[in-house]
Every structure is written in structure tokens, then in C-alpha cells.
Ligand binder design. Structure first.
Ligand code: ZN
Length: 264
């Protein structure tokens, strides 16, 4: 009897996990953005892994570019006055165009920084309104997060981003179908700097250089939650750029890498 109770208790706890997970992905909380191709994306009977979704919706859901000597640097969770200007300064010094995935709630707080990103020629993508975990949310919730952020970005730049990066790289099939039918693209990554962990310059640099290759989409951050330290990202950037350039790579934004329009 005791065993049965224990099992029931474990089942009860497990059944509560998805909602707990979603609730813990609160606004402004920085959490890992793992590209886990084996994780299930939805609890429905038809749930496919991210890897399966990428294959099924290959034209809509991308994580790397063609095998050419081009690399796209991408910076998530912007704008953030502590780190975004420093990243922009380095990119300007090296004459590089990158892609920035904007969180709507942060754009409202720091509109001038979104304008600066756009003015300096970088591509802007949509990274949700307040950074929730989407995979167990319904379509209406997903659409609201994307369209609300799109409107904010449109009001600041005059353009509606076509590229969406869901927080943590997670999305379910229903949401992806809407993305496809509405003319957006979901862009994840195939090189993860893991810089959100507060890694130092050498660690960030090694994570990128050990995995980067032709057509790579590199995930970094230029914004974070309370207490985030992205100084490793900022310090590693000049050496990452110089090393990859010396290997013959050029840096392009996601629109150029993937030959798709950046805005609607
Ligand atoms: Zn993010």
C-alpha cells in the first residue's frame, strides 16, 4: 500500500511538471536555450521532436545555412543597456552585420536601443513579448506574443520581422503551422555559445570556434535577466571574428545567409 501511495505521489508530481516549467519561464528570467533535438515539443498525441519538426517543415524551420563560407552571428534577448551597446560597438568596429532577436517587453523599456540596432544595419527578429516557453501553450497565446512584439518593432523601425526565434528554441507543431501559413520563418541555431551561463571570454570563444563551420548560425546573447553577466560574450567577440575571418569566413545576417526576406 505504501508503495502504491509513493507511486501515485510521483505521478502527481510529474503531472504538475509542465505547468510548473511554463510558470517558471517568467519574464526577464534568463534560462538555458538548448537546441535539444530529442526533446518532445508538445504533450499532444501527435507531438514531434524538434528534429522531426525541422525535417517536416524544412522551408519554415531552419537552424543552419547552406554549406558556404558564411556565418551568421545572432544575439538574443535584446535590448539591454548593459550589453547591447557594447556588442553593437564591436560589430561596428569590424563592419559586421548581425541579427538581433528582440524581446518586446524590453523594446518598450529601451526603444532607443532597438532603433540603434536597426539604424546600424542589423537585422531584427522577433523573440516573443516576455520570453515564455511556448511548447505547451496554445496557439492564441503564441500568436499574441508574436503579434504584440511585431507591432512594437514596427512602431520603432517601420518594419515587421519575418524571422521568429522562439525562446529556448522550443515550438510545437500547431504553432509552426501558423508560422508557415502566415509567412514567417523560425530560425534556431546550430552553434551554441552557452554564454547565458556567465562564461568567461575563453569559454565563450572555445564554444563557438570548436563548433563553427560553413553556414553556421551562432547563438549568443546581448541581453539577460537580473544578474546576467555577458562580459565574456563582449570580450570574446573580436577574437571570434578575427579567427573566423582568417579562416576565410565572411559574416552575414540571417536574411543573406538563408536567402530569405528579413521583413514582411
Ligand atoms: Zn532568449
Amino acid at each position: 500500500m505504501r508503495n502504491k501511495c509513493a507511486i501515485l505521489f510521483v505521478l502527481l508530481v510529474l503531472s504538475m511538471l509542465p505547468s510548473f516549467q511554463a510558470a517558471s519561464a517568467a519574464p526577464e528570467i534568463q534560462a538555458p536555450e538548448e537546441q535539444n533535438s530529442t526533446s518532445k515539443v508538445a504533450s499532444s498525441h501527435e507531438s514531434l521532436t524538434l528534429g522531426e519538426l525541422r525535417r517536416k517543415y524544412a522551408e519554415t524551420f531552419k537552424f543552419r545555412g547552406p554549406q558556404v563560407k558564411q556565418i551568421a552571428l545572432t544575439f538574443d534577448d535584446v535590448p539591454d543597456p548593459r550589453f547591447t551597446p557594447q556588442v553593437l560597438d564591436v560589430l561596428a568596429k569590424y563592419h559586421i552585420k548581425a541579427t538581433f532577436f528582440v524581446v518586446g517587453q524590453r523594446a518598450v523599456k529601451h526603444p532607443g536601443l532597438v532603433k540603434r540596432i536597426y539604424r546600424e544595419g542589423h537585422l531584427i527578429g522577433n523573440h516573443s513579448y516576455n520570453h515564455p516557453l511556448f511548447k505547451n501553450r496554445n496557439l492564441a497565446y503564441f500568436k499574441n506574443q508574436i503579434l504584440r512584439t511585431e507591432k512594437i518593432i514596427y512602431n520603432l523601425t517601420g518594419f515587421r520581422p519575418k524571422l521568429i526565434r522562439p525562446p529556448y528554441g522550443e515550438i510545437n507543431e500547431e504553432q509552426l503551422r501558423w508560422v508557415k501559413s502566415s509567412g514567417y520563418k523560425v530560425i534556431n541555431w546550430n552553434v551554441d555559445s552557452k554564454d547565458w551561463k556567465g562564461l568567461n571570454k575563453e569559454q565563450v570563444k572555445n564554444n563557438i570556434l570548436s563548433a563553427a563551420g560553413p553556414g553556421s548560425i551562432i547563438l549568443q546573447h546581448a541581453g539577460g535577466g537580473v544578474g546576467a553577466d555577458l562580459s565574456g560574450t563582449v570580450q570574446a567577440l573580436p577574437e571570434v571574428i578575427s579567427t573566423l575571418r582568417s579562416q576565410g569566413y565572411t559574416f552575414v545576417d540571417l536574411s543573406e545567409l538563408l536567402h530569405i526576406k528579413g521583413y514582411k
